[in-house]
Design a protein around this ligand. Structure first.
Ligand code: NIG
Ligand code: FE
Length: 392
């Protein structure tokens, strides 16, 4: 006896490609997908009425936990200032660090809940959330505890990432801060089990290749997955090194070159593309999508939700932009928010597609076809969202 049966559905399993399945039904047991094309009794039967069923979307790159806003910086940018100039003049990430340090853990959670609700309303069932606005041991731990609290407070599956290496805090040299990350912060985060992955912002306003190597080697030894922000504003070679050190994903990649792409292809690293940040910062250099495709590098798409470069609590908007701005094909984008996003989080064994044994995270849509999500912008919502077989 299954717990739940979805019948009469157009299933798009996203299991390798983005095609419509022959199967018309999906059975759920104990929170997992028990079978496709199943028959047999179930405690609850839902007639999908020929609607589209997709795996729950995975937003695999966000900085959704923050306090305050950076509206004034955005207005400065609209008047011509660049992201890097604002950062060098004391704005940027460090201004959000001040706001986060001034907020209680409860206030951080309350500020983030509506942003997660906005993502969930669009069919997102898993969200990665990075720290990185604390920049000291205690403040980073506080952010990570708030992320754990969000996991308990929402039905969403939350994947916490430690991004201590997001910016150098005021009053410290980069070398001293990197030493603190390596010697103190990484072991503490590991001991407390508060993050699955470690991320770093490789850029001349962030961290360099030596920092990347030091942090990744220690993180790897402590059992963390590795991710990196690379080649967003310039080409420093972070992608090549991160991929060689075993990064699950390299993210942004506007300035990635052939060597970077080759290193990702060899290592099986996922390219996480973030068109909202490209759009919001009014960048002109696009990631090398055709070359990534040609070399078979899996591409994911994420919202990058953050107060500075992408105050965009909408994965559907990122998906639309991935098509119109970056030239990804609709099928690539659908895989980019399901199977490939799961891979970027090292979770492809349990989420990201409609496959037997994976968690029963899926959504029902009244759409002519999934590609419609890359056509209409705004106003699209799933009729139902299920996480581990329960409707939320
Ligand atoms: O992914 N580039 C670094 N991190 C973020 C921006 C964070 C911020 O500006 O607050 C990004 O774009
Ligand atoms: Fe980011």
């Amino acid at each position: 006896m299954y717990d739940l049966m979805i019948e009469n559905a157009r299933l798009y399993p996203m299991d390798g490609d983005a095609h419509l399945a022959d199967a018309r039904s999906l059975a759920v047991h104990n929170g997992c997908i028990a079978a496709l094309d199943a028959h047999g009794p179930a405690r609850e039967v839902v007639d999908a009425g020929d609607r589209v069923v997709l795996p729950g979307f995975i937003d695999c790159h966000t900085h959704a936990l923050y306090a305050g806003d950076r509206m004034r910086e955005h207005l400065m940018r609209l008047a011509g200032a660049t992201y890097a100039e604002i950062a060098r003049n004391g704005g940027g990430i460090l201004s959000t660090v001040e706001a986060v340090r001034g907020a209680t853990e409860a206030a951080l959670v309350e500020a983030t809940l509506p942003r997660l609700a906005a993502l969930a309303s669009e069919g997102v069932t898993s969200v990665e959330i990075k720290s990185g606005y604390g920049l000291s041991l205690n403040e980073e731990l506080r952010m990570l505890r708030a992320i754990a609290a969000l996991d308990a407070r929402t039905p969403l599956e939350i994947y916490p990432t430690f991004l201590g290496a997001h910016a150098v805090p005021r009053g410290m040299t980069k070398a001293d801060y990197v030493r603190e990350i390596v010697d103190t912060m990484l072991p503490a985060v590991a001991r407390q089990g508060l993050a699955r992955a470690v991320d770093i912002f490789v850029e001349d306003i962030g961290f360099d290749l030596d920092d990347l190597r030091l942090i990744f080697e220690r993180a790897k030894a402590l059992g963390f997955e590795l991710r990196a922000h690379c080649e967003q504003l310039s080409n420093l070679g972070g992608t090549r090194l991160a991929a060689r050190l075993g990064a699950l994903s390299c993210d942004h990649l506007e300035f990635a070159d052939a060597e970077a792409i080759e290193a990702m292809a060899v290592a099986g690293t996922v390219a996480v593309l973030l068109p909202t940040a490209f759009y919001f910062l009014r960048e002109t250099r696009k990631p090398p999508v055709a070359a990534l495709r040609a070399r078979g590098v899996p591409m994911a798409v994420a919202s990058d939700l953050n107060p500075g470069s992408a105050p965009v609590a909408s994965l559907l908007t990122a998906m639309h932009m991935a098509a119109t701005l970056f030239g990804l094909e609709p099928e690539e984008i659908l895989l980019g928010v399901t199977l490939h996003a799961a891979r970027a989080l090292g979770q492809e064994h349990c989420v990201g597609s409609l496959a037997t044994g994976k968690r029963a995270n899926f959504t029902l849509w009244n759409l002519p076809a999934p590609e419609f999500l890359m056509y209409q912008l705004g106003g699209l919502r799933p009729d139902a969202v299920y996480i581990e077989g329960r409707r939320i």
